[in-house]
Design a binder for this molecule. Sequence first.
Ligand code: AVW
Length: 250
Amino acid sequence: TALIILILGLSLGLTLGRRNIKSTFFSRCEKFKEYDCQKLWDAFQQAYVNKDPCKVPVEAYDPLIAAAPFKHQCNKTMFWSKTKDVVHGLTAKRNDCFVTLEDTLLGSVLDNLTWCGKEGSNDTFTTGCPGWSECVNNPVRSFWNRSSAAFADVACGNVTAMLNGSINTPFNPTSIFASVEVPRFIASRVKNLNVVMVIQKNNISNCTDPSLKNLRQSIDTGITFSCKDVSESRIQECGSKPEIACGACW
Ligand code: AVW
């Protein structure tokens, strides 16, 4: 009987996991009261359904972005690269201070999901989809590129980016942050770019890393640049103590 229960449990889990991108989409979407989730689901699906999953360009998501435009979050916009967990650990608790793409409706609805379509079918698939680097124009990668561009377009005032001090090149030219977001910062909207270098015990780089010089040089001259090395525990403390003022997090 134990074996039968195990097999039943496994197949039930698989069925639910596969069937459920639509219900995941809706349950996450419904947390944001002011949107028509059915309308957003339709706009989402039209981007990739019935298409070769390697032929979904970033523009395919224009109607979805238009249906749920990002709001200006002046002084709160938070970018990140290779620091997903620590950043979201913080913004989950301190959205009074910082907002990432994954804290917005579209970003949170599609975070950690995989999807694609198939020519000749109107279904959404969550297995057998191309990997991130398998082809450039795949549905998941195009969505994150398109939504990151739209999110960067509305950033204003003080902008923060969390980079990872435990890797060789914290500002990597191939990252979405470097290739899609930074080029869209314009001085008439963005006043300061404040980099927070997340420093763990075994860090191998910090604000003096040459890649940070590239970042400083690639931004508009009218944007003030700063970089601060901050320990991971300091960032976690800011998350766990709501009494810490946003400006005093590091
Ligand atoms: P990242 P980014 N395979 O931590 O600067 C699968 O490198 O690029 O930071 N998924 C991938 C891959 C890959 N090889 N590379 C990237 N991703 C996906 C949006 C994956 O979902 C925000 F606004 C991973 O968690 C940030 O400022 C995510 O891309 C900026 O883009 C980030 O990869 C972070 O992009």
